[in-house]
Write a protein that binds this ligand. Structure first.
Ligand code: VG1
Ligand code: CO
Length: 543
């Protein structure tokens, strides 16, 4: 096997964001662009001689081409094994599961997650370490530094590999093993949840509608819901993965999962609705004509965890990203367990999970997961809910409203302003920061500001510090407004405004969230002058 040492020049923009390196497909298609970053990964974590690499992606446009390039570069770097998902497919949670199960050194996941795909959409690449979780910031920073100084990369001169037939092929020093992308993951799910009970639930006529949004979770949903749990075929919606996600936006929220929302709001709606995103790690859950916010979902899973066999012994702690509502904190307090507040992005949960400080983690952005892997996990959350529904024999709405009665409701919403001009977005953020000194004590209508800061996090395990993780405005009654700029967008800047208010009076808990938050929405405008800086009257997406 001949190895080419290809001369290249650096790209200046290969800095991974909240979750890997994401760019327009056309950027990744430039000569040497992907190769440079892959070499930066292998050289930063290396030497990789004799190691095992897990490889797969969400099937979006350019997935297959990228898989071939990475296999050839991994052979050149003398990995001893590459486990690649059949057809080049692996959901993000399945990749995490496979890394852990096969004791791999790490894995490369090709995905831009919830960003649209297709030739005019986005592509992405991220590296997960041997615990199955996203590489921490120190490692992604080192990759970026390497990418800025790169002058050549190594690639094996071999023909394309067959990634569609299960089994082993040996190339030089490397065994390339094509694996079933679903099997290991499905086996793990059957160990965590009471499949027998859920099977009975479906046999009794319980109806689920699952929308894979034409993305990676289709085959996983078919295997688990239909083949293993006996749900009828009509359970599945948009479950054939397409390279352009059917020209949709594979982000499971009320705006983009419109097909599912329509079904769940109809008169004859199924009992339970759920959707997942491009790479299968996000989830949205719905009852009949009823939306469960991701922050509430985390709190409810925590409060009901012992109903699922995998968590029957109770949970050690909870971690939530800073902008996620404080609903989970209330459950943690009631259970007498710790609740950690981390920056946005799953990579910040890894150390807490490895140290066994927390069992469940969640983000307001439709992400929930546990210590079973080191990624958020869309289907896991749906199965957890099914297990709870099978045990409690109540509707989704009943479970959520009784949770509010017991713990109070953290009324919550996120307003996104997408594709804002980057300089204006930066200006908006720095203008709020300039007010920090004078904000505490100021009154706005019913609210008084208790504190304002730029969130910084010190990891309790390795003491690493992450600064500038979002602006927090806290009010004396526990309400909050958070401002953050997205780290996953590829066009301009996305401003996220997170709003939260606590409501303990049962008669007010049923209110529409936007109505209940209307005063905080006005205060956010007053503090940040969103209209002036973004030129927008309305958010692009409200979740
Ligand atoms: C967003 C979410 C964040 C999530 C990240 C990756 O990041 O807010 O909670 O972890 O996406 O999710 P940002 O920086 O755009 O706010 V996924 O499913 O896109 O990998
Ligand atoms: Co995702």
């Amino acid at each position: 096997m001949n190895i080419s040492h290809v001369k290249t020049t650096d790209f200046t923009d290969q800095k991974p964001g909240t979750s890997g390196l994401r760019k327009a497909v056309s950027v990744f298609q430039q000569a040497h662009y992907l190769e440079n970053f892959v070499q930066a990964i292998f050289s930063t974590i290396g030497p990789v001689t004799g190691q095992t690499l897990i490889l797969g992606g969400d099937g979006r446009f350019y997935n297959r081409e990228a898989i071939q390039i990475i296999i050839k570069m991994a052979c050149a770097s003398k990995y001893s094994r590459i486990l690649v998902g059949q057809g080049g497919l692996l959901s993000t949670p399945a990749a995490s599961c496979v890394i852990r199960k096969h004791q791999a050194n790490g894995g490369i996941i090709l995905s831009a997650s919830h960003n649209p795909g297709g030739p005019n959409g986005d592509f992405g690449i991220k590296y997960n370490i041997n615990n199955g979780g996203p590489a921490p910031e120190q490692i992604t920073n080192a990759m970026y530094t390497y990418s800025k100084n790169i002058s050549s990369y190594n690639i094996a001169d071999i023909p394309d590999i067959d990634i569609d037939t299960l089994g082993n092929q040996r190339i030089g020093h490397t065994d390339i093993i094509t694996i079933d992308p679903v099997a290991d993951y499905a086996e793990q799910m059957s160990q965590l949840f009471d499949f027998e009970k859920i099977r009975k639930l479906f046999a009794g006529g319980f109806r689920l509608c699952f929308d894979a949004m034409h993305a990676i979770n289709g085959p996983y949903a078919k295997e688990i819901f239909i083949d293993q749990l006996g749900a009828p075929a009509e359970t599945l919606m948009n479950c054939t993965p397409l390279p352009d996600f059917g020209q949709g936006h594979p982000d499971p929220n009320l705006t983009y999962a419109a097909d599912l929302v329509k079904v769940m709001n109809a008169a004859d709606a199924p009992d339970f609705g759920a959707a997942s995103d491009g790479d299968g790690d996000r989830n949205m859950v719905l009852g009949q004509n009823f939306f469960v916010t991701p922050s509430d979902s985390l709190a409810i899973l925590a409060a009901n965890a012992t109903l699922a066999p995998g968590y029957a012994d109770g949970i050690k702690g909870i971690a939530r990203s800073m902008p996620t509502s404080q609903a989970a904190d209330r459950v943690a307090a009631a259970l007498g367990i710790p609740c950690f507040e981390t920056p946005t992005g799953w990579k910040f949960f890894g150390n807490l999970l490895d140290a066994d400080k927390v069992t469940l983690c969640g983000e307001e952005s439709f992400g929930t997961g546990s210590n079973h892997i080191r990624e958020k996990d869309g289907l896991w959350a749906v199965l957890f809910w099914l297990n709870i529904l099978a045990e409690r024999q109540e509707s989704v709405e009943q479970i959520v409203t009784s949770h509010w009665q017991q713990y109070g409701r953290n009324v919550y919403s996120r307003h996104d302003y997408e594709e804002v001009e980057s300089d204006s977005a930066e200006r908006l953020m720095s203008n709020i920061k300039k007010q920090f000194d004078t904000l505490p004590g100021q009154r706005f209508g019913h609210y008084t500001i208790a504190f304002s800061d730029d969130f910084a996090y010190t990891d309790p395990i390795d003491n690493s510090i992450s600064r500038q993780q979002g602006i927090r405005i806290g009010f004396t009654d526990g309400s909050r407004i958070v401002f953050r700029l997205s780290g996953t967008g590829t066009k301009g800047a996305t401003l996220r405004v997170y709003l939260e208010q606590f409501e303990d009076q049962a008669e007010k808990q049923q209110q529409d969230a936007q109505a209940a938050l209307s005063e905080l929405i006005q205060i956010a405008e007053q503090l940040a002058e969103i209209k002036k800086h973004t030129g927008r009257d309305q958010p692009t997406v409200i979740t």
